[in-house]
Write a protein that binds this ligand. Structure first.
Ligand SMILES: C[S@@+](CC[C@H](N)C(=O)[O-])C[C@H]1O[C@@H](n2cnc3c(N)ncnc32)[C@H](O)[C@@H]1O
Length: 283
């Protein structure tokens, strides 16, 4: 998807339209006149004219790049400051990039699988294929590999992915929105990652996870509990859920909830926050 801020060539009014191939993310910010050989929505970014044209990212699994910095185009807008329609919050990711080393040192599961990870691994067939969605520095993914599972891991933070890769994890940069696999995983481990997705996107993400799983596959999901959305002391943006809300989201996406556990822990921001963890099975 791309956004093109262009004139319609007749009224002289600018308008925003979608351009480019699906999965390409970019902004074409051009204040030249549209004409033959100019902007051609839905035919890609090529053949654009005028000044200020810039592609932020283009291609399959394009990463989110904020090219607005340094742009001198008068009509540029900070598309990503509002999050656009994506499940990515730039401030949250900036925190994870900056604090990846702190996170890895203090919260990366200490080289030993905790009770939730042990239960998840036990629910997966031997050698099964799992996805660590929002893997952080890769501690869980690494432990799952040591348990003999075939692990893919993704995270939107390049620094987190770098840490995970340094542990030998097959991690790559991707966002929740990129999940489009169908029936390939025996398990998805989404440990306190989807709490950074907008509430209105949660049902879509759980639907995509259900689609990615084989029938009978398991999802582990951890979320912070409460109401509404807010930023923490570090500026990370959270979507808080109530237990019943998460149960309903999972049920609506085609899961049976196997276990629900609640508790509270001190995280990177230093506050003691309540959480809920559910293990669910695709029906
Ligand atoms: C609290 S950490 C959890 C990391 C890991 N799952 C763990 O258990 O330690 C949240 C992770 O979600 C990632 N994240 C935030 N928004 C994301 C998005 N839209 N797509 C993919 N990952 C995202 C962050 O970069 C961060 O690594």
């Amino acid at each position: 998807m791309g956004l093109c801020n262009q004139s319609d060539g007749q009224s002289g009014c600018n308008r925003i339209c979608f351009v480019g191939a699906t999965r390409a993310l970019g902004v074409c910010n051009d204040w030249g006149w549209a004409c033959v050989g100019g902007h051609e929505p839905d035919r890609g970014f090529c053949r654009c004219i005028g000044s200020g044209f810039r592609i932020l990212a283009l291609g399959p699994r394009a990463a989110l790049v904020d090219g607005a910095k340094d742009a001198n185009n008068r009509s540029r807008a900070d598309v990503f400051a509002t999050g656009g329609n994506m499940s990515v919050d730039p401030k949250t990711l900036a925190v994870y990039n900056e604090k990846a080393a702190d996170y890895a040192a203090t919260l990366d599961h200490g080289g030993k699988a905790g009770a939730h990870l042990v239960r998840f691994i036990a629910a997966i067939p031997a050698g099964g294929r799992v996805l660590d969605l929002g893997c952080g520095p890769g501690g869980s993914a690494h432990l799952m590999m040591q348990a003999g599972l075939d692990v893919n891991a993704v995270d939107a933070s390049p620094e987190m992915v770098r840490f995970a890769q340094s542990k030998g994890v097959a991690a790559r940069i991707a966002t929740f929105d990129d999940l489009d696999a169908a029936g390939v995983y025996d398990g998805v481990w989404a440990n306190f990652s989807l709490l950074h997705a907008p509430r209105e996107k949660l049902s879509m993400h759980f639907g995509a996870i259900a689609q990615a799983l084989r029938v009978g596959g398991h999802l582990h999901v951890g979320m912070k509990t409460g109401k509404g959305n807010r930023r923490d002391r570090l500026e990370r943006l959270y979507t808080f859920v109530e237990e019943v809300e998460l149960t309903n989201l999972l049920r609506d996406a085609g899961f049976d909830v196997v276990t629900t556990r609640t508790g509270s822990d001190i995280g990177l921001a230093g506050t003691n926050d309540p959480w809920v963890i559910m293990l669910a099975r695709k029906n």
